[in-house]
Design a protein around this ligand. Structure first.
Ligand code: SF4
Ligand code: SF4
Length: 323
């Protein structure tokens, strides 16, 4: 296997599998496009992930602030569907001046018929609550430049031939360096439940590496009934995502935007990216994630400048003493 170091090896756009030295005949980079506009919050993806990957059940209880009972991504939750209750209706731009309801767009979300007094309904009014649900199935982003992998001292985290990032349970020593390195807060060491396998070991989504190896679709994408989670070649998924945003903009949903699809962003783009209907922070995503290696050139420059200054100072002191 040959190792190639390009000028973008620590940041910027590149093919991560090629950068890791996989040969020309490697498979195309694989990933997820999650279209949150058609997620219905059924959590089939969470269940399928647990079933296939034998991820233990732990800490299922209601938060008191949402119908979500699985809280966040963690070592025992490799997929997490966020339920965000927002005091805002999905209204298309320029439509429905009176009640807002005429401007709503059917995205396939579950709904209830309008209720209220007949005279109110005849006037176009109803008493539906003035809020919307945003649902989004989160996962490891399989970053182009993966900080978790960069800091792993044992080589337990590795880049696969599909361009994804996978933990080898039997090589991880549980040092936990990867945990604070991840700019998305995805990877975590398993702490519970008692008796579960891999307690103490870093855990996260593998993009179902074993299924990919067998030519199958990852379990979550296979189980998603609305195709909110789409699996495939990253390049093709990016095109599909751009078209979907255009389609939503044409329908007047100007809030639709992509997150993680830009190879020029702070992690070189992600292998798992999202279509959102609001700012990333609303979904709990960092707005501008950056892999620490992106700062390496500046750090090297400063270290070289500091070393140069020290050497110059030492030389001046030496010359001064001789004079
Ligand atoms: S999201 Fe975090 S855990 Fe996943 S590849 Fe990126 S740095 Fe690693
Ligand atoms: S399976 Fe699909 S629709 Fe159901 S919660 Fe997951 S992403 Fe949403």
């Amino acid at each position: 296997m040959s190792w190639t170091i390009s000028e973008n090896s620590f940041w910027g756009p590149l093919d991560p599998a090629a950068d890791a030295g996989y040969p020309e005949d490697r498979p195309k980079r694989k990933g997820f496009f999650t279209d949150t506009s058609i997620c219905i919050g059924c959590k089939a993806c969470e269940v399928a992930c647990k079933e296939w990957n034998d991820v233990p059940s732990d800490h299922f209880d209601m938060t008191g602030t949402s119908y979500d009972n699985s809280h966040s991504l963690n070592a025992n939750q490799w997929r997490h569907v966020a339920f965000i209750e927002q005091p805002k209706r999905l209204v298309t731009e320029g439509a429905g001046q009176d009640t807002g309801l005429r401007g709503t767009v059917d995205l396939g979300m579950p709904t209830v018929p309008p209720t209220g007094a007949p005279e109110q309904l005849a006037n176009g009014a109803d008493d539906r609550p003035d809020f919307r649900w945003l649902m989004s199935s989160d996962v490891c982003k399989h970053c182009t430049h993966a900080a978790c992998l960069d800091v792993c001292p044992t080589g337990s985290l590795f880049r696969t031939e599909f361009g994804t990032v996978v933990v080898q349970d039997d090589i991880c020593n549980g040092c936990g360096y990867c945990v604070p390195a991840c700019p998305y807060g995805v990877i975590e060491r398993r702490k519970a439940p008692d008796g579960a396998k891999n307690v103490g070991i870093a855990q996260k989504c593998t993009l179902c590496y074993d299924r990919l190896d067998a030519g199958k679709t990852p379990a979550c994408a296979q189980a998603c009934p609305t195709q909110s989670i789409q699996y495939g070649d990253v390049e093709e998924l990016r095109e599909r995502a751009n078209k979907r945003v255009e389609q939503l903009h044409d329908a007047g949903i100007m809030d639709a935007r992509l997150y993680g699809n830009d190879p020029e962003d702070g992690v070189g783009g992600t292998g798992a990216f999202f279509l959102l209907l609001d700012e990333p922070e609303v979904y709990g995503f960092p707005p501008d994630p950056v892999v620490t290696t992106k700062d390496l050139p500046d750090m090297y420059k400063r270290a070289i400048a500091a070393a140069g200054t020290l050497l110059a100072g030492a030389a001046l002191a030496f010359v001064g003493r001789r004079g």
